[in-house]
Design a protein around this ligand. Structure first.
Ligand SMILES: [Zn+2]
Ligand SMILES: [Zn+2]
Length: 339
């Protein structure tokens, strides 16, 4: 079989501009693999690359929800095989020797690159990835279904799994968008009492369908009071971007509850010292998760039937897909397909 020496990719070339291009096929370096991509999710964090809010060396191919098959192994890669279906998420792979890696905290590795930020990501037919960041994909999941679970899925699954909530505890999910619609499903399948919080009545029915026991309209009522009326939340997962959503719900925590921020926005979070000290409440954030938790996210999703609501778009229409996501018109995750 003759292997083509070029492949198609969509790259960011200047703030807000994506263009289709041909790139030359490269061999994977030591510790890396080359992947034939089958699907890549379009995520709000791609804006860091496309708009240049991260320091970016343009041109750069965005995309960090990548599923594909390994077609070549670099030197020294163990445990992965050519033809194997793998995933690549936002964290590009840990180094194995820094202080945090040595302590078992792979997420905060000091030498970790971000996929689609520091090196080319998944808006392409081919990419090179570090083996230490690869995720194994269960056969039960299609590549399209698995892609958004690598970022939106992992972020919400990992935060809930590492939270202090136990079965039967009240867990609130703020925002029913790309992250939130997965968070509600995971929370339900993990055995929590689930309250979904969003603006207006439009998402009430959907939230219930996804598994929420309660729906709180944050426009019509004070969401913190509504949570207290239910006994107070052990965990509030803030998937909506912006500090206001965190501020508005924080007092809905029961004593020793924790509010976990997953969305990133410009507004500051305002929390009074009284609310922290008198009830021992905590405020924290979480960034995706480690590769083993990614494996578990995909396996748990396959076992429980949790899936993202997905719109498929061919790779060459990536610029339109990105625009649709940025203007909040995506239902709920867009996945680029390469065939
Ligand atoms: Zn993402
Ligand atoms: Zn490290």
């Amino acid at each position: 079989m003759e292997i083509q020496s070029t492949y198609r990719a969509v790259q960011a070339v200047s703030p807000g501009r994506l263009e289709l291009t041909q790139k030359t096929l490269q061999a994977p370096g030591p510790g890396k693999v080359r992947i034939r991509i089958e699907a890549c999710g379009v995520c709000h964090s791609d804006a860091g690359t496309v708009e240049g809010s991260f320091p970016i060396n343009w041109p750069r191919v965005p995309g960090h929800e990548v599923i594909g098959r390994i077609d070549e192994l670099g030197a020294g890669v163990h445990g992965w095989t050519v033809g194997q279906r793998v995933g690549v998420g936002f964290l590009g792979g840990s180094c194995g020797y820094c202080e945090f890696c040595r302590g078992g905290d792979l997420v905060h590795c000091l030498n970790q690159e971000y996929t689609g930020v520091h090196h080319d990501g998944g808006y392409a037919e081919v990419m090179i990835a570090k083996a230490s960041g690869l995720v194994s994909v269960p056969d039960e999941l299609t590549s399209v279904d698995a892609a958004p679970l690598l970022c939106a899925g992992l972020t919400t699954f990992s935060a809930l799994r590492n939270s202090p909530a136990k079965a039967g505890d009240l867990v609130a999910v703020v925002g029913i968008g790309g992250l939130g619609h997965l968070a509600v499903q995971y929370a339900r399948h993990m055995g929590f009492e689930v309250a979904a919080i969003a603006r207006g009545r439009d998402t009430a029915e959907l939230a219930k369908k996804l598994g929420a026991h309660h729906y709180i309209d944050s426009v019509a009522s004070d969401p913190a009071q509504a949570l207290q009326a239910l006994g107070g939340a052990k965990v509030i997962l803030v998937t909506a971007a912006g500090g206001n959503a965190t501020t508005a719900t924080f007092k809905g925590l029961r004593p020793n509850g924790v509010s976990i921020v997953l969305g990133v926005g410009a507004e500051p979070i305002e929390v009074s010292d009284m609310d922290l000290t008198f009830a021992g409440r905590e405020l924290t954030g979480a960034l995706t998760g480690d590769p083993a938790t990614s494996d578990t996210t995909l396996r748990f999703s396959a076992l429980s039937g949790v899936s993202a609501m997905i719109e498929k778009v061919p790779l060459e229409q990536a610029a339109d897909a990105y625009k649709k996501m940025m203007t909040g018109k995506a239902h709920f995750r867009i996945v680029l397909t390469m065939s």
